[in-house]
Design a binder for this molecule. Structure first.
Ligand code: PRP
Length: 206
């Protein structure tokens, strides 16, 4: 039986593929340079989808992919209805609220927050009962407070370099993030043996 795997384009995806290759799921096609997005290895009975990181959970939730690699940030933002089966231990970073150095929160005012993680941020500020106006961006979020688009941001921080170089300080550190193996709920039932073997082999490699 074929297994379908959604990988996040980029560094995280490459690292995940290396791991899957080690446990017997290599795919020659995927290792060639090009613009293809789907790769099959007849030999190893695996098909890979190379997708935008924030879309991995969509492919897995809808059952197009049986398993995928996604960050906790993506899972929380998309509220993905999938099994979160395994912490890969890499792709580590965290959610944070950040603002320009010296910025002070005046409790009465509605603060403007720019973020890629609009659902996550909405839920967080609702829980805190803070009035905010959320501005959805798709990247380079650190620019927003520097040019007056927002007061602060909610974003992920890895090394902190982007914050530092744009004169932003962390106001609050939120959830820790790492890459996870996620599994489609129906696939887990019907391809249980294959999926359990993948999980076991990955655990052995980590
Ligand atoms: C991510 C994130 C931060 C940065 C954090 O952006 O949104 O901007 O990385 O990393 P650092 O703490 O190591 O500096 P990404 O590189 O994905 O680009 P984007 O701004 O286009 O989303």
């Amino acid at each position: 039986m074929y297994i379908n795997i959604a990988l996040p384009k980029g560094r995280l995806g490459k690292k995940s593929y290396d791991l899957l290759k080690k446990i017997g799921y290599s795919c020659k096609e995927l290792e060639e340079e090009g613009r293809k997005l789907v790769f099959t290895s007849e030999e190893n009975k695996v098909r890979y989808f190379w997708v935008k990181p924030s879309d991995v959970s969509v492919y897995v939730e809808k059952g197009i992919a049986d398993i995928g690699v996604a960050g906790v940030d993506v899972l929380m933002e998309n509220e993905a209805d999938v099994y979160d089966m395994l912490d890969l231990g890499f792709g580590r970073c965290y959610f944070a609220i950040a603002a320009p150095r010296g910025w002070e929160y005046n409790g009465n005012r509605t603060i403007k927050i720019a973020t890629k993680y609009i659902n996550y941020a909405r839920k967080y500020f609702e829980k805190m009962e803070r009035k905010v106006e959320l501005i959805k961006l798709n990247g380079s979020v650190e620019l927003a407070p520097m040019v007056g688009l927002s007061d602060a941001i909610v974003d992920i921080v890895e090394t902190g370099a982007t914050l530092r170089e744009n004169n932003l300080d962390i106001i609050e550190k939120l959830e820790n993030i790492s890459a996870r193996i996620i599994v489609n709920k129906v696939s887990y039932k019907f391809k249980n043996e294959t999926i359990e073997k993948v999980l076991e082999d990955i655990r052995g490699e980590l």
